[in-house]
Write a protein of this length. Structure first.
Length: 394
């Protein structure tokens, strides 16, 4: 299947336009990383605290961020969580990197205090109360008039209340009436809770901390993974073609990676482990596109020995254009659907794929191939043999 027949676009004639396009986006990305927003490392790399909060209503990100600021938890990043069975949940990313159990409890209590509004004096929040807190309250009130085994029975009552709240109601009581008929909850115990507890509109479901040392190690490993992939590509292409092909491919992939990371910096989108996985995937994808063009150039060099390399390269790009649009187009539609409908959790991953496929396809035509021609022209000017011709036959 082909989209184009006998197409003859002068891609090399437009190389200066391509260069200007690449320079604009590359410089903008570099400036953003160096002077404006920096590299927006996610919590996986920089360390921090991730807090999952369930609300009884659609959460207001601005109100949550303001509440965090008032509590001294500045620069909070709010991300809605979507997916099957997940409703009204947000992920709050805080720059808190202490890793002790005490720090976990302290961080959770700070967030609860920040989000609680109009808290009645002397009452606890049932939506965020622990089994121990509920048990201690019931032990003090003793609504079931138990004897010596009160500790065990009230522990069971508290556990039943928390299980009903978290497993059946999704973490949030809407009213105390919901306790009526709850499995394993005694009516007398349920009735007395309203005296000592109130109901907020949220529940802190999980708190996780990534330490700065772990984040630093992950950054190092991500950088090494990218570097090793580039070196492997250089060796492979240098062996299969000529070394200049490998250099051209590595420069092209570096160009793609720079623009992709720059786009994340410009949009202030966090770079997580899944984004690094997407970037490594795109390195291979871009390399594959580049190899297809290089392979056609090598074949045409043997068939068109008397023609200029620029004409051969143009012909080769045009001959592979239909294949490039077919493969890149179908892949792009897939990742675009993932970006549009994949939810917030996959937002960074799918964004990297969308940008990377567009830039990777563009660079195979507009960056990699012109580098071959520019290098050969330079060698001719120096009076040296052009290494791009006639190409190794393997």
């Amino acid at each position: 299947m082909e989209f184009f027949h006998n197409v003859n676009i002068d891609f090399l004639g437009k190389k200066w336009y391509f260069l200007a396009f690449s320079l604009i986006f590359s410089i903008a990305g570099v400036c953003s990383m160096l002077f404006w927003h920096g590299i927006p490392w996610g919590v996986d790399f920089r360390g921090g605290t991730l807090v999952t909060v369930k609300f009884s209503h659609t959460p207001n990100d601005g109100a949550i961020r303001s509440a965090m600021d008032r509590a001294g938890l500045h620069d909070a990043k709010i991300q809605s969580i979507g997916g099957e069975g997940v409703v009204n949940e947000v992920l709050i990313d805080l720059d808190v990197t202490e890793t002790s159990e005490k720090a976990l409890d302290l961080g959770k209590n700070k967030i609860i205090s920040a989000l609680e509004t109009n808290k009645p004096t002397g009452k606890q929040d049932l939506n965020n109360a622990s089994v121990l807190a509920i048990k201690n309250y019931l032990m003090d009130k003793d609504p079931m008039h138990l004897g010596t085994d009160a500790d065990q029975k009230y522990t069971a009552q508290a556990q039943a209340i928390v299980d009903y709240r978290d497993k059946t109601l999704g973490g949030v009581f809407g009213s105390f009436d919901q306790l009526k008929g709850a499995p394993g909850v005694d009516p007398s115990a349920a009735a007395t809770l309203s005296d000592g507890f109130f109901l907020s509109d949220f529940n802190v479901r999980d708190v996780a901390i990534v330490g700065p040392q772990v984040g630093s190690q992950l950054r190092k490993q991500a950088g090494l993974a990218t570097l090793y992939s580039l070196l492997g590509m250089l060796v492979y292409l240098g062996f299969r073609f000529e070394w200049i092909y490998g250099v051209a491919a590595v420069i092209t992939v570096f160009h793609d990676t720079l623009i992709t990371v720059g786009a994340f910096s410009l949009t202030k989108t966090d770079i997580s482990l899944t984004v690094i996985a997407a970037i490594l995937t795109l390195i291979g994808y871009s390399n594959n596109d580049t190899i297809v063009v290089f392979d056609r150039i090598r074949e045409n060099i043997k068939l068109m020995r008397r023609e200029k390399l620029s004409d051969i390269v143009n012909r080769s790009i045009n001959q592979t254009l239909s294949r490039t649009i077919l493969t890149a187009g179908l892949t792009f539609l897939t990742v675009l659907a993932l970006f549009l409908f994949g939810g917030e959790v996959l937002h960074g991953f799918s964004l990297a794929l969308v940008i990377g496929i567009l830039i990777g396809t563009y660079s195979s035509i507009a960056i990699a191939a012109p580098i071959l021609v520019a290098y050969q022209d330079w060698r001719v000017q120096k009076g040296k043999r052009p290494v791009a011709m006639p190409g190794k036959a393997r």
